[in-house]
Design a protein around this ligand. Structure first.
Ligand code: SF4
Length: 359
């Protein structure tokens, strides 16, 4: 049995590649496919034109660990592969290469009943929980559905269990018979958390779970997640483009860029001071605050990230890095401990000799 702080998930060299062949179809309707096709060179939900025959690398040789009872935050810009990584953790996608071990068992090797039973161990809270709920189901049915499906709960006991779950997320029993569209954004996310917690998962993955909420509601949900973790010891993976939000609730921060992990560090120290990778520093430098000095330039994040269809050889960040060197053009830096600190990993040639340029 795992003790607190022990490694429970090991992601080993995971790559996820999507092939853009003429035969691959999107999971969209015909009309929707045509609209998307007009925008990105695809027709009727099929990849065509420039994308055809090419591959999109959503995650590129990602290695990470997750410890029992911790909150691991994954930050990065939209399209950097953080949600694909979360989906692989939930077995919603399979890695093209590498493996994901949960308590030593390879998730990709699980099949049938074992795979179905394992679903309860890792649950997810989505950005748009409302879209993931059936609009004609009442809250009492939504929060208890996973338990009923897994045959852990008899339908006659639904109401009592739903009350207990709503109480966990600080919602009253008045919500039991309401429909999702009558709830506010914050209430919907609380219901999403209650549903995910219903099967008592060991790991809770929150994918941009607060991004669509007002700042004050975001703060309440963040507080709720921290309280739940302290009380239940749930291990959490929090995914967000907002590095400040992650820094405020996570124990460790992993920064992703174009499918690769750039830096992993503990948040117990002042991340603004200890962050080493140029991309992490640029992300931190671009956080808005009321006391912000607008006369100070932010660090080199002016251009857009290149397409995941065109990941350059060498360092993925080379096109936006103002410290780029010749070696960065052809050799991809590996994620390695910075100055021998095993908890602080960085993938950048500036630190190949284990040094620091930032003081
Ligand atoms: Fe910049 Fe080179 Fe470091 Fe990449 S490896 S972040 S291009 S210095």
């Amino acid at each position: 049995m795992c003790r607190h702080g022990e490694e429970i998930v090991r992601i080993e060299g995971v790559t996820k590649e999507f092939f853009c062949s003429g035969g691959a179809s999107f999971n969209v309707g015909r009309r929707c496919g045509r609209i998307i096709g007009n925008l990105c060179g695809c027709r009727r939900g099929r990849f065509r034109g420039k994308s055809r025959g090419r591959s999109l690398i959503a995650c590129n040789d990602v290695s990470l660990t997750l410890r029992r009872g911790e909150t691991l935050g994954i930050a990065g810009e939209s399209g950097c592969g953080k949600s694909t990584l979360a989906k692989m953790l939930l077995s919603m996608e399979s890695p093209s290469k590498g493996r994901i071990l949960y308590r030593g068992r390879d998730l990709t090797a699980m099949e049938g009943e074992e795979r179905r039973r394992n679903c309860k161990n890792i649950q997810m809270v989505f950005q748009d929980s409302l879209a993931s709920f059936h609009p004609r189901m009442r809250i009492v049915d939504i929060v208890t559905e996973p338990l009923v499906n897994l045959k852990f709960l008899k339908k006659m006991n639904r109401e009592a269990k739903a009350l207990e779950l709503l109480e966990t997320v600080e919602l009253s029993g008045d919500f039991l018979c309401r429909y999702p569209h009558t709830l506010s954004g914050g209430q919907i996310q609380r219901v999403g958390i209650a549903r995910a917690l219903s099967v008592n998962p060991e790991i809770l993955v929150c994918d941009e779970a607060t991004s669509a909420l007002d700042v004050s509601v975001q703060r309440n949900i963040a507080r709720l997640l921290v309280d739940l973790q302290r009380k239940n010891g749930t291990t959490m993976v929090v995914i967000s483009h907002d590095v400040a939000f992650i820094n405020s609730i996570a124990h460790r921060l992993a920064v992703m860029y174009l499918g690769s992990i750039m830096e992993v560090m503990p948040t117990s120290r002042d991340v603004n001071r200890v962050a080493a990778h140029p991309y992490t520093r640029a992300l931190l430098g671009s956080i808005f605050s009321t006391g912000m000095d607008f006369t100070k330039a932010i660090e080199s994040l002016e251009s857009e990230a290149p397409s995941a269809l065109d990941i350059p050889e060498g360092c993925p960040f080379q096109g936006r890095c103002d410290r780029v060197m010749d070696i960065c053009r052809f050799k991809k830096p590996t994620l390695a401990p910075l100055r021998g600190e095993k908890d602080h990993l960085v993938a950048c040639h500036l630190f190949d000799e284990g040094g620091s340029l930032w003081g």
